[in-house]
Design a protein around this ligand. Structure first.
Ligand SMILES: *[C@@H]1O[C@H](CO)[C@@H](O)[C@H](O)[C@H]1NC(C)=O
Ligand SMILES: *[C@@H]1O[C@H](CO)[C@@H](O)[C@H](O)[C@H]1NC(C)=O
Ligand SMILES: *[C@@H]1O[C@H](CO)[C@@H](O)[C@H](O)[C@H]1NC(C)=O
Length: 216
């Protein structure tokens, strides 16, 4: 995997303890009403991409449950991706990028360290109330079905703990996908990636289903 070595060294210097418990904080989104577990992921010095996850408070471990993902990224970001299993390979990847006034979401999964193909086992419903582009950022909010329970390495079923920490990862590139209007576009290799422990318990919502309907 290629990595912008200069930026990676800077990130290592400013964030020496990225993999530990409580890398996330609680964020209450007044627009959608969801409570999210939030991670601010540094992609350059002084620049972060925000990854927020909300889950139903009655979700049970070992099964597939829906999750809501909200991402806020500066407009200079070419594409940003979240890896639900904390790795580039063998887990659902939620990619996004800005296309004019729209945000494009793309479902991917790869078994090798190369441009990830599209993936049909994780599907997304964009929640319009939490999706927008302004002069500085793009933001989307979407319900994912299939992000929390998937086939991982060696064909093992992997399920994310709705009531505790899960190691997630992100990647990003400054360069845009070659066909930005298409969610099946080829994407340029990422410049930076990092890992953290995302505490899903911080994003538990008792009224999850109701909020999904309200914001659809
Ligand atoms: C959680 O609650 C929702 C809404 O009340 C319900 O539809 C769903 O079946 C429940 N899920 C579990 C795992 O109990
Ligand atoms: C692209 O968007 C369409 C329409 O929303 C959706 O059916 C399809 O699954 C998406 N493909 C990917 C790769 O995300
Ligand atoms: C654009 O929206 C983001 C949140 O999605 C917000 O943080 C930012 O302040 C907004 N920018 C402007 C200029 O309003």
């Amino acid at each position: 995997m290629r990595l912008n070595f200069g930026i990676a060294c800077l990130l290592a210097a400013i964030a020496p303890s990225q993999v530990q418990a409580a890398d996330t904080t609680v964020y209450r989104d007044s627009t959608t009403g969801f409570i999210f577990a939030q991670r601010l992921a540094a992609y350059k010095l002084g620049g972060t991409i925000t990854f927020r996850i909300a889950v139903p408070s009655n979700a049970s471990s070992g099964s597939s449950y829906d999750a809501v993902i909200q991402v806020v990224a500066p407009n200079e970001v070419g594409w940003a991706g979240l890896a639900w299993g904390g790795s580039m390979v063998n887990n659902p990847l939620t990619l996004s990028w800005q296309n004019g006034q729209n945000v494009v979401l793309s479902s991917r999964y790869t078994t090798s360290r190369s441009s990830p193909p599209t993936y049909t086992k994780a599907t997304y419903t964009t929640l319009k109330a939490g999706t927008k582009v302004n002069s500085t950022h793009y933001q989307y909010t979407a319900k994912c079905t299939g992000c929390t329970y998937f086939t991982g390495a060696s064909n093992a079923q992997k399920s994310l703990n709705p009531a505790g920490g899960n190691q997630l990862a992100f990647a990003f590139a400054f360069a845009k996908p070659s066909s930005p209007s298409s969610n099946t576009s080829a994407i340029p290799v990422h410049d930076v990636h990092s890992y953290w422990v995302h505490d899903f318990a911080q994003g538990a919502n008792a009224n999850f289903a109701e909020l999904v309907t309200k914001n659809a």
